[in-house]
Ligand binder design. Structure first.
Ligand code: 3PG
Length: 307
């Protein structure tokens, strides 16, 4: 049985060593393809793999077609919008993610970005504090809940909107429950996005929602860039000179945004949310354990596709 790690953005070497140990103790072999750059190398490496571990790497139909022995793909992380689920399901290949394993890393980054933008990106001048401000959490899953927990210790008031989480769960955490997105945006000094990228959410965050925000409002995106309507963000930042935007992954129009809005905008050059030693280890080991559990015991907990 061969397990392939294919990560254009590699795990830490300690995480790879941990994965190797789990895989080899189960009696399987491990191959590692890192920083491969182009899909042809991925296609070549996956040809004889029985199991695949990836991060944001695109598991396309071409990759799946080339993987003649493939039985399981684990996305070591939360968002699985990089997997072609239809193509995987058509071949009855199990797809999984590792929910919660890198959430704290993303949540800490969201808080860090809020401080960074509130302090003028650490340039001279008068900034502002998080204390006393309202933080609106859009989607109260693993990451959203952790951001809320961390933000409470800064003295922030937390409001959340998530149609998939019972309001009692949020209330029990001391979170104010918004009745809809307009309610959330109109009461929040900061909005932190934790929605997945799917047909319902892509391009959904734009002019209409941001125009509801109170004076000085700030949008924090540690989710996916696809959920943002980039031209509309440009438009509202132009119209509302008080608003700010910080994002963990540069939008296509970042050069224009920086030029026009300077310190009101910040983007990480490469997605950094899950880039910690701890998150690499947690998500990588979970992926390896899930593969072993699948082959040894038929465990399909965390499966995200149906067939
Ligand atoms: C996730 O969906 O888990 C995060 O976006 C992390 O993605 P990464 O593994 O590519 O850093």
């Amino acid at each position: 049985m061969k397990v392939l790690i294919a990560t254009d953005k590699p795990f830490s070497s300690a995480a790879v060593a941990g994965i190797k140990k789990i895989v080899e103790e189960a009696g399987y072999s491990l191959a590692v393809l890192e920083k491969y750059g182009t899909e042809d190398k991925f296609i070549e490496a996956v040809a004889d793999a029985d199991a695949l571990i990836v991060r944001s790497d695109k598991v396309t139909k071409a990759v799946i077609d080339a993987a003649k022995n493939l039985k399981i793909v684990v996305r070591a992380g939360a968002g699985f919008d990089n997997l072609d689920l239809a193509a995987l399901s058509a071949r009855k290949i199990v797809a999984m993610n590792t929910p919660g394993q890198n959430s704290n890393a993303v949540a800490e980054l969201a808080i860090g970005m809020m401080i960074y933008i509130s302090r003028n990106q650490f340039t001279p001048g008068t900034g502002s504090e998080l204390k006393g401000k309202v933080l609106g959490i859009q989607a109260y899953g693993h990451v959203g809940k952790l951001v809320a927990d961390h933000a409470k210790s800064f003295g922030m008031t937390i409001m959340a909107f998530d149609p998939f989480v019972p309001k009692e769960v949020m209330e029990k955490d001391g979170v104010l429950v918004a009745k809809d997105l307009d309610d959330l945006y109109s009461h929040s000094n900061f909005i932190s996005l934790h929605i997945p990228a799917n047909d319902q959410t892509k391009g959904s965050i734009g002019y209409a929602l941001l125009s509801k925000m109170p004076k000085g409002g700030c949008l924090v995106n540690t989710a996916r860039k696809e959920v943002i309507n980039e031209p509309e963000i440009d438009k509202i930042l132009e119209e509302r000179q008080d608003l700010k935007y910080v994002t963990d992954i540069a939008p296509a129009n970042i050069a224009t945004l920086k030029e026009k809005f300077g310190n009101r905008v910040f983007a990480t050059p490469k997605k950094q949310g899950a880039e910690t030693a701890e998150a690499n280890m947690n998500a990588g080991l979970a992926a390896a354990n899930q593969i072993v559990g699948f082959f040894k015991n038929g465990c399909t907990k965390f499966q995200v596709n149906k067939f």
